[in-house]
Design a protein around this ligand. Structure first.
Ligand code: PXG
Length: 295
């Protein structure tokens, strides 16, 4: 029998089936916490440092003082992955406000809880490249940037989950959300790009997106490959009439979208720009200079 994954909880490694935290943790009671997801491919934790930077920025934005330096955090993550022995894995790092009482006042929580999970995850099926994803435009809007901002990777994903429920209800693979003004924002766990006449466009951070680490690397990669990349407000009509549409995210990598709200994108097959970026991107994910080599 395969050994259970080991989960790090506040300094202890415990088997997955026994990995539990208090019901008085404000992460559980209020969604009061932040998280990150990192992929390990052939022993390389892709952009681990960038994910840790974002984790600490998210924590700072909600006034959580992570009780560990970034260097200690990276070392701890590497140790937990090694203890699990997975060369291909998904890492989830969670920092919550910690255990408090039933009131939401964060001052009642004396110490943040740190959890590191190493396991497997699959967001999309293997046939995504033969078929492409079908999507809807959700009626659920991203919060305004001056509300509970989505630029923070917090434990509040209800907005995304409600959009996903709408996609599920009509048998679509993913939901695309608009910002409060009606411009295209992002998917439920991924950023969005469109291609029109050979130019690549992606929404601005001001559209309520999570500033994706995959998004940033894909923009750089596209420029390295000679494409013009433009961050701008994208209207729903521009999305529906794009030559290509694709999504980017840690777990998904780069995935092609072939249908948006009933409209066929391009010729209904994954497009050449998307495919070219994907082929290069999967090489980067295994490149030790693009992350931290664990094995
Ligand atoms: N937007 C949102 C809302 C996300 O949650 C991305 C964009 C892409 O960002 P990165 O930095 O990953 O390129 C995300 C990432 C999960 C899961 O467990 C979610 C994400 C990544 C990995 C796993 O559902 N979201």
């Amino acid at each position: 029998m395969e050994r259970e994954p080991l989960v790090y909880i506040d300094g202890n490694l415990v088997p997955k089936s026994q990995a539990k935290i208090s019901v008085f943790d404000h992460g559980f009671l209020y969604g009061d916490g932040v998280f990150e997801s990192v992929i390990v491919t052939d022993g390389v934790a892709f952009k681990l440092k960038e994910h840790i930077d974002r984790l600490y920025d998210s924590a700072k934005a909600i006034c959580i003082d992570v009780p560990m330096s970034k260097e200690e955090m990276i070392k701890t993550i590497v140790d937990v992955v090694r203890a699990n022995g997975f060369k291909n894995a998904y890492i989830r790092i969670i920092v919550t406000r910690g255990v408090g009482d039933l009131g939401l006042d964060p001052r009642k929580c004396s110490k943040p809880t740190i959890v590191i999970i190493v396991d497997k995850i699959k967001l999309y099926d293997d046939d995504v490249w033969s078929k492409g994803l079908t999507t809807i435009i959700s009626s659920v809007r991203r919060d305004r940037v001056d509300a509970t901002t989505h630029e923070v990777k917090s434990m509040n994903y209800l907005n995304n989950i409600l959009a996903k429920i709408e996609a599920n209800a009509v048998g679509a693979d993913e939901a695309i959300m608009l910002d409060d003004r009606g411009f295209v924002s992002e998917g439920t766990a991924d950023n969005i790009f469109i291609v029109k006449n050979g130019v690549i466009y992606t929404p601005l951070r001001s559209s309520g997106i999570l500033p994706g680490i995959t998004r940033a690397r894909v923009m750089k990669l596209a420029e390295e490959l000679g494409y013009k990349v433009v961050e701008k407000d994208i209207t729903p009509a521009e999305l529906l009439t794009a030559d290509e549409v694709f999504l980017t995210g840690t777990a998904a990598g780069i995935v092609p979208v072939v249908k948006v709200a009933g409209r066929v994108i391009g010729d209904g097959k994954p497009g050449p720009v998307t495919r070219r970026l994907y082929e290069k991107f999967v090489e980067l994910m295994r490149d030790p200079s693009e992350g931290v080599k664990i094995f």
